[in-house]
Design a protein. Structure first.
Length: 527
């Protein structure tokens, strides 16, 4: 991420307007934040007025302006006030920007004395600075919240940005500072949709056994009311305790929206999703809006994006989805990290060196249970000098000093291919020797790496060489059972991210919060 990507975007798109703004600058000393002249009174104030604000960028802003007010344009003030007032549409809190006090100042601006004009200008700048910061980086810092997240900060020079956008087309320029990704737009729509729903007061559902088509169960009355509330079932004057075909189809629709197996069977997972209240779902959407402000603003011209809770890999070129693949991700105990990187290399017939955590928690206990485990899994032992250690010489006292390497082949844990990208967690995309796992609806089953369904098709696309690396040539390479590394010539970025809510065609979509991040994040936002 270019450190000043957002700033440069404004430079490129609005360079002509910037030149106009330069011509309007007063003859103040050469500074980075000149006063922008608009119709209206300019007030010079004492810097002591800034002392009550714990904000270095606010003090820097007005120091550079010569301690003069800058918001003379009524039109621009009203645009900013509207943005701050409607900031809840972005999952933000208007109270963070003193919106009520600012609006009172604006209503009385014609009668404000110089001191109050200065106070209003300062308060407006402070609120606007916070808003721009929250739009581009969110309210919280993920690097302080999560050890297994590796996302670069979306750095922005707030004061320089304000200088550039304080002119004509201010509203359009502010829009460009917001996340532009389709998922973010769908999250905003999800928030708008859920805000239209009435207040709910449902009691918690409990069922003893699964409910199937044509069953009679007293819980079905409450289940149907919830399906009607969430608009999966058409409203009815009376609801019965019979599981009829119309309700069966409504349940399948509900299950699909929540990433459940759409079999129409009302079981534990379906009931757990039905028990979410409107307020819980709204909090979940707000948490996801915050998360998307942390993600890269520019993902590349071509990129792989993986949504951990959706168990899905999508390859995007421009704005088009080229292909999708099911994935298996890390179980809650061994979470797949959130990160951005670039795919660099393909390894055919990879070997697998057992990492320390899996060695300690899985391999050593299996060897202790069955000494034939190493032969069965085709794992060879090496000592610190690289010499092969016979399996019958394995000793528990030296177990952690050996290097455990699984030979390439059909039964290798990494399967037939792995895709490498630089990251500090030593994770990668790879095939698997348990391809049947892709049929499971919940696929948080790995030790952190991401297993990809139909990886050879994805690899062929990424190799982008129809002559030397078509599917036939890839198959020949695999049949050799020799490890081969090939660099990727195509620039494709990879973003492994985490979001559990969005909307599609005005329909709310949710996924299980498999790492239990949503509620905690929302609570952090409330502090």
């Amino acid at each position: 991420m270019n450190k000043f990507y957002i700033l440069l975007l404004i430079f490129n798109i609005f360079s002509c307007e910037r030149e106009m703004a330069k011509k309007e600058v007063t003859s103040t000393p050469s500074t980075s934040i000149p006063v922008i002249q608009h119709k209206g009174k300019i007030v010079t104030f004492d810097s002591i007025l800034l002392n009550s604000f714990d904000s270095k960028i606010l003090k820097d802003f007005y120091k550079s302006s010569g301690y003069k007010t800058v918001w003379q344009s009524k039109k621009n003030r009203e645009i900013i006030l509207e943005q701050l007032y409607n900031s809840n549409e972005e999952g933000l809190n208007p109270a963070d920007y003193n919106i009520n006090k600012l609006r009172k100042y604006e209503r009385k601006i014609a009668s404000l004395d110089d001191n109050k004009l200065a106070n209003y200008d300062i308060l407006l700048t402070n609120g606007f600075q916070k808003y721009l910061s929250h739009l581009t980086n969110g309210r919280l810092n993920p690097r302080k919240l999560y050890q297994n997240w590796d996302l670069k900060e979306n750095e922005i020079d707030i004061n320089e940005t304000i200088l550039l956008i304080n002119g004509d087309s201010l509203a359009e320029k502010i829009e460009l500072l917001k996340p532009q990704h389709l998922v973010y737009q769908r999250l905003k729509r999800a928030l708008a949709i859920i805000n239209t729903l009435p207040k709910d007061n449902f009691k918690r559902l409990e069922i003893k056994n699964k409910i199937v088509l044509n069953d009679t169960n007293s819980s079905l009355i409450d289940i149907k009311k919830r399906l009607i509330y969430w608009k999966d079932l058409q409203p009815k004057d009376n609801v019965s305790p019979i599981y009829d075909s119309e309700t069966f189809e409504a349940i399948k629709k509900f299950q699909t929206r929540h990433g459940l197996s759409a079999d129409g069977v009302i079981g534990k997972g379906t009931v757990e999703s039905l028990n979410f209240s409107k307020n819980q779902r709204k909090e979940q959407i707000i948490a996801n809006l915050e998360r998307w402000k942390w993600f890269p603003k520019e993902m590349g011209k071509e990129y792989v994006i993986i949504n951990i809770p959706d168990y899905k890999l999508t390859l995007v070129k421009g704005k088009d989805t080229i292909r999708t693949h099911k994935v298996i991700i890390g179980r809650p105990k061994r979470k797949t990290p959130v990160l951005s990187s670039k795919l660099t290399q393909v390894v055919f017939n990879p070997t697998w060196t057992v990492p320390p955590t899996i060695l300690r928690e899985d391999v050593i206990p299996e060897i202790l249970k069955n000494r034939n485990y190493l032969a069965k899994t085709n794992i060879k032992l090496y000592d610190s000098n690289g010499n092969v250690v016979p399996a019958n010489k394995w000793r528990l006292s030296k177990a952690k000093s050996y290097r455990y390497v699984q030979s390439p082949g059909t039964f290798n844990s990494l399967g037939m291919v792995k895709l490498i990208f630089p990251n500090r967690f030593s994770i990668y995309l790879h095939d698997t020797n348990h391809r049947d796992f892709f049929e499971k609806p919940k696929r948080s089953l790995s030790s952190g790496c991401v297993r990809v369904d139909n990886p050879l098709e994805l690899t062929e696309y990424l190799m982008d060489d129809a002559t030397n690396w078509n599917l036939e040539k890839i198959t020949e390479t695999l049949q050799s059972e020799k490890t081969k590394q090939v660099n990727l010539n195509k620039e494709v970025f990879i973003h492994i991210l985490y979001w559990t809510a969005w909307s599609e065609k005005n329909t709310l979509i949710f996924r299980d919060d498999i790492y239990n991040l949503d509620a905690d994040l929302y609570n952090q936002l409330g502090k």
